[in-house]
Design a protein around this ligand. Structure first.
Ligand code: ADP
Length: 320
């Protein structure tokens, strides 16, 4: 293994830079030349590769986003696009590729491995935490801390005005961010796509809480269940609450990565290089019970990550 290329793809997340730094410096320590690919698969197709030295990754561990930039590429979803990408890898004599990204990006990596025999290792980078095979993906912890800071802040103003706040958080079809932030933020209710919700039941509960003297309510809405604005109208109309909506949006994707994400990205980055060097391919590096493990792509894509039912139970108990 003499030349390793790395790219960040899909939705960006805090900690991608820490992963890039770790990959590049681990490569250098093993006398492997590291090549950064700009703008994910789009840049790969366009041949945007450059050799990376230690100084290229100096002073980035604390920065959110990705210095390699990220992109979405429709062309890469076609065989014609992937043929070009593989040609670029060959022309640049790349022996191994590391892809940092979410579900979609890793799906692309799997196709490169299966259909073209490219030696590829994936790192889970996505705030959604919807990737099977890793307890936490890079970026999740930072996103949760950002959400929590917002919930705490909204809580203050909500209490002053006896208001009901619906806070919409990201996560695509996964309710992890919503559930965890609802528990940690002391929310009265959480709506997630994994379980059916009972709006009337929630309204009843909130009314009772107000009657008991509670001065505010927080409801966390996962984007995967629908728009907080639509739910807000229902809560306002049926419940008669003074309702306000906050859609957190892209602030959840940015910001300085937490120590957890920096260490996770660093460990997974080093492990990815070591995996390629030891001959592994078609695997994602994941974190399971505090240990870094290799998870075959077929396992990653053959399973669906589930919400921990115990956490659901806890959320229900604590919001009573
Ligand atoms: P994420 O990686 O954050 O889930 P996307 O789903 O947008 O983000 O995927 C990022 C990129 O990965 C896409 O723009 C595309 O280039 C590639 N990709 C996604 N799904 C596939 C697929 N089924 N086949 C090939 N490439 C894919």
């Amino acid at each position: 293994m003499k030349r390793i290329a790395l790219l960040t793809s899909g939705g960006d997340c805090p900690g991608m830079n820490a992963a890039i730094r770790s990959i590049v410096r681990t490569c250098l320590s093993m006398n492997i030349q590291a090549f950064g690919v700009e703008q994910g698969y789009k840049g790969l197709i366009e041949g945007k590769l450059f050799s990376m030295e230690s100084k290229n990754v100096a002073n980035i561990i604390q920065r959110g986003g990705t210095i390699l930039r990220s992109a979405r590429s429709e062309q890469f979803k076609t065989k014609q696009g992937r043929d070009i990408a593989v040609e670029v890898l060959k022309k640049n004599k790349i022996d191994g590729l590391i892809v940092v990204g979410g579900d979609g990006s890793l799906t692309g990596a799997n196709i490169l491995y299966k259909d073209y025999g490219v030696k590829v290792v994936g790192l889970p980078g996505s705030i959604d935490n919807d990737i099977y095979g890793t307890d936490m993906a890079i970026g999740v912890d930072t996103a949760l801390n950002t959400i929590l800071k917002c919930i705490d802040t909204i809580n203050d103003t909500a209490s002053s005005h006896d208001r009901t706040f619906l806070i919409e958080v990201m996560g695509r079809n996964c309710g992890y961010l919503a559930l965890m932030s609802a528990i940690a933020g002391g929310a009265e209710a959480v709506l997630i796509p994994e379980i059916p919700y009972d709006i009337e039941g929630i309204i009843k509960k909130i009314k009772k809480r107000y009657e008991e003297g509670k001065t505010r309510s927080i409801i966390v809405v996962a984007e995967g269940v629908g728009s907080a604005y639509d739910f807000g109208k229902v809560f306002g109309m049926i419940g008669g609450f003074d309702t306000r909506i906050t859609v957190l949006g892209h602030i959840q994707r940015g910001g300085c990565p937490t120590i957890f994400d920096r260490i996770l990205a660093t460990r997974l980055g080093t492990a990815a290089v070591e995996a390629l060097v030891s001959g592994s391919s078609g695997v994602m590096m994941g974190l399971q019970k505090t240990q870094v493990v290799q998870v075959p792509f077929e396992e990653v894509f053959g399973n669906k990550k589930r919400i921990d039912s115990k956490l659901l139970e806890i959320a229900e108990i604590l919001s009573r």
